[in-house]
Design a protein around this ligand. Sequence first.
Ligand code: HEM
Length: 489
Amino acid sequence: MSSPISSAAAVNHPSSDSSPTSDIRDIPGGYGVPFFGPIKDRLDYYYGQGEVEFFRARMKKYNSTVFRCNMPPGPFMAKNPQVVCLLDAISFQILFDNSKVEKQNVLDGTYMPSTAFTGGYRTCAYLDPSEPNHAVLKGFFISQLAKLHSKFIPGFRQSISGLFTSLEEELSNKGKANFNSLNDIMSFDFVFRLFCDKNPSETPLGPTGGPKLVDKWLFFQLHPLISLGLKFVPHFLEDLVLHTFPLPFGLIKSDYKKLYNSFYNSAGSILDEAEKIGMKRDEACHNLVFLAGFNAYGGMKALFPALIKWVAIAGEDLHRRLAAEIRAVVKEEGGVSAAALEKMSLTKSVVYEALRIEPAVPYQYGKAKQDIIIKNHDSKFSIKKGEMIFGYQPMATKDSRVFDKPEEFVAERFMSEGEKLIEYVYWSNGRETDDPTVDNKQCPGKDLVVLLSRLMLVEFFLKYDTFTAEIGKLLLGSLVTFKSLTKGT
Ligand code: HEM
């Protein structure tokens, strides 16, 4: 399909600039009066306008995709909630330039949860690449993932076959099935077996205890970014409890210990490897729990429901086309393999489109390491050293100057010529055409995640012809309830 950006422009469109500063536009927007300005922005964000309208309204008001505002949580969780907000596909890319932005302690934004949640250590995702431990930890995980490569496809097929069995059972018993909770169990099962070579049910976590413990632990770290949307709880009360003070680690200490011990006792061979390269065993294990629980399970918890949601909404016609492609290629290739997945152009495009339209991690932050000049499609702006830069990804990847019909799920968007637009898919905290390294902050699970997403569609449409689902909203993502499922003939 055609796109508003020509492929030549698409390839080299830097977000920063070193040319003269005479044509620089002032960054519009502001922060309001201290304390009250951030509280007002927080209330707008959670209860007044809502997340998307918060950004849309300001973009319209300032006639700019780059502006200043406060980002939640603000007082008293975050010392400084002031950010320069980026909403277009070009300026957003400054966040990937690690020579210009610092990524220390900004994983969750303008606040950082206590390191008590991670055994007293700052885990890999909180480290800037300039910190030596980043390369040690990330390099270690990249090498472990490479070693585990051959387990990806068989391991995921095993986990997902359990999900399908439960989905069918729940549908026939209750007339509907909650995909999210089954997906949580499947995702934890896959991740735990990948790193520990053991079923979680063989540990004190039991068959379903793992996701529950991780969910609690994630909630205690991410509550400042969450609104429960409960009708019977007044907004001011929720705001006070969730967004004003950190919830203490002490309340979930024993849960975390149980989780940590399960990994510690089961991931012996990875921890041995970590010790061999000079890491402390407990630091390696806290990092492994964070990687498996926060990064991988947390990511899969949001990603797969989003993928299934958009495929559900697209309807039966897309289901028929996916099933036809998947079944034909699997037949031709004699099975499900990495090579077979690579040949499924519609399936691949659908996955990229889901990652574009609903990125699982919507917020990215970075602090200017120096004075920088950034660019969007129309203007240049000056950002001072130390200012916090924030990108709201769901709008950057719906930039109408890059994508046609950006708000629509276009299944074949990334096929043929459309492949050139893959570089504007940013879900992994980098361009989809870039690779994670120890020198950047791109997700080291990038290729695995894309593989698993394709595999989810492949396994699904090898087994089923079509399905329907009801779509809702959950704390940090989409809720998918299956209403019907038609088995393949
Ligand atoms: C399944 C969906 C996943 C999503 C949506 C996701 C997304 C992301 C994003 C956006 C970041 C960058 C965070 C930031 O600095 O702003 C990141 C970092 C990271 N991800 Fe993933 N991820 C996923 C799965 C995984 C998996 C499967 C692994 C490993 C097995 C993994 C390991 C990591 C690690 C270690 C980092 C920190 C990288 C660094 O510090 O340089 N992620 N991920």
